[in-house]
Design a protein around this ligand. Structure first.
Ligand SMILES: [Zn+2]
Length: 182
């Protein structure tokens, strides 16, 4: 069984209403399927191949009954900001690991810029020190994408696969394309 390769694989779980519910580890998703609590909407491209079980691991499943879900609060944390931005510097567009990213305030804090989803972006150290306490217009820099409050818990982006987009009403943008199952 190639379960090791599946360690970072997550299954998108939709509510009975087709709304986003959460993401689950593949083992949990398969339990939901076999206990008849959910159905497979889309298979992924990975297989489980053990003596007792040969199947495609689901990519998207839907609950057979409606699960009441409290509204998800998404705290404005470093890790959520980085995940929202797909770990890409929003100035040069390059991808970095978390440790090499910083938070930049578009309107500098020194000028009253707030800690808010629409004023913070992920930036690499180099771009951040170039940007420093300046206004973008003053130094000819541009942010690649206007930052917004995320619609979904950004942790989802760490596992995002193209085939999820249509279920989440996400328009595929450059940074999400190619983020297929590896
Ligand atoms: Zn950069």
């Amino acid at each position: 069984m190639n379960s090791k390769k599946l360690d970072s694989y997550r299954v998108l779980v939709l509510n009975a209403s087709y709304e986003y519910l959460n993401i689950a580890k593949w083992q949990r998703a398969i339990k939901l399927i076999f206990s008849d609590k959910a159905k497979v909407l889309e298979e992924g491209d990975r297989t489980i191949n053990s003596q007792n079980l040969k199947m495609f691991v689901p990519s998207v499943i839907r609950m057979n009954y409606y699960v009441k879900k409290p509204e998800e609060r998404v705290p404005l944390s470093r890790s959520n900001i980085f995940a929202r931005d797909f770990y890409c510097c929003q100035y040069c567009g390059k991808k970095f690991d978390q440790d090499s990213l910083t938070i930049d305030h578009i309107i500098p804090r020194s000028a009253g810029g707030k800690d808010s989803w629409d004023n913070v972006v992920s930036a690499c150290k180099e771009c951040n020190s170039k940007k420093a306490n300046n206004f973008l217009n003053d130094i000819g820099m541009k942010v690649l994408k206007k930052p917004k409050k995320p619609k979904y818990a950004p942790k989802l982006n760490a596992y995002f696969r193209e085939e999820w987009a249509k279920y989440l009403n996400i328009e595929l943008e450059g940074d999400r394309k190619g983020n297929k199952t590896k």
